[in-house]
Design a binder for this molecule. Structure first.
Ligand code: NAD
Ligand code: MG
Length: 295
């Protein structure tokens, strides 16, 4: 019997109804609920004994990565905003059900103290840290550049760029040879949406940060890489991430003709964190369902 799975139909071509939530939104209240791999991800011990910290690990791509890492044998800490506790609870349970240690780290990464605290608490709880996934981000659409207030711009930079810089800076003294740092970029880094100007800038920054830092750390035996997803159905989109009409047709313009699901991103993050990627650093894996990105 054939085991082939057609990527066009492996996941449903979703047709989200009109919906809007306040930022950052609850994934468990999105329609349809994004697939973070709770019922499907199967681990193979690729991250046995590792200690991971994932920002934005309560929902979407970060949650799928958290579940995958735990099922691959890692202890996993997730950071998220306090309003997302309900989403985080499912992920914490899934990590524990996989037989691993879980750590819940609610708090706002716009604050420097919180960025430093999540690293310190992870190291304390797990006795170290060797995989850092910088994944938390906000995305708020605006029609025109002139609609973006200075405060909004600042908030996006702080939530996306400053948080990644600060968490990474706090983590570095704890990372030993063999450790891995990952950033979450986006196709917006290459081909920015005109209604996501500030967000696009922060995603290009993730690619750049990963490349520059990879050269700085390669001599220490620490690899730094990036994943750039295309349209993936998460609550980021209906919580002011896209205009309503774009939410309803989200992802239909990909080569595969459908949006991706968070669980479809997990494999790239597992690979880049694992020893299987021992010769890969300074790289970005684009997972976008088709459509070539510039080099
Ligand atoms: P998501 O909303 O499920 O996850 C984003 C998380 O970021 C939130 O759950 C929240 O916990 C965290 N966050 C935001 N602001 C924060 C703050 N100030 N302090 C602490 N945490 C904060 O959405 P997602 O789509 O899974 O997003 C994950 C990553 O994927 C983001 O970096 C996003 O830019 C990237 N991405 C998403 C898509 C997509 O289509 N969904 C495409 C490309 C890239
Ligand atoms: Mg969330």
């Amino acid at each position: 019997m054939s085991t082939l799975k057609d990527p066009r139909t492996l996941f449903e071509a979703i047709e989200p109804p009109a919906q809007i939530q306040e930022e950052p939104g609850l994934e468990t209240e999105a329609t349809p609920v994004p697939d973070i791999g709770l019922d499907s991800y199967v681990g193979h011990g690729r991250l046995k004994g590792r200690k991971a910290l994932i920002t934005g690990g309560d929902s979407g791509i970060g949650a799928a990565v958290a579940i995958a890492y735990a099922r691959e044998g890692a202890d996993v800490a997730i950071s998220y905003l306090p309003s997302e506790q309900k989403d985080a609870d499912r992920v914490i349970k899934a990590i524990e059900d996989a037989g691993q240690k879980a750590l819940a780290l609610p708090g706002d990464l716009i604050e420097l103290e919180q960025c430093e605290k999540i690293v310190a608490e992870t190291v304390k709880a797990f006795g170290g840290l060797d995989i850092l996934v910088n994944n938390a981000s906000r995305q708020r659409w605006q029609e025109k550049l002139t609609d973006i207030t200075d405060e909004e711009f600042d908030k996006t930079m702080k939530a996306n760029v400053y948080s990644s810089f600060r968490v990474t800076k706090a983590a570095l003294p704890h990372l030993e040879p063999g450790s891995a740092i990952l950033f979450t970029s986006s196709v917006n880094a290459y081909s920015p949406s005109p209604t996501l100007i500030d967000y696009g800038v922060t995603k290009a920054a993730m690619n750049n940060l990963a490349k520059g830092l990879s050269e700085q750390l390669v001599g220490d035996g620490i690899r730094v890489n990036c994943v750039a997803p295309g349209p993936v159905w998460t609550v980021l989109q209906p919580s002011h991430g896209q205009p309503q009409e774009k939410v309803q047709e989200f992802g239909r313009d990909t080569g595969l003709g459908r949006a991706g699901q968070p669980v479809e991103m997990a494999g790239a993050y597992v690979y880049l964190a694992s020893d299987e990627a021992s010769f890969v650093t300074g790289e970005t894996i684009v997972a976008a369902g088709g459509g070539r990105m510039p080099f």
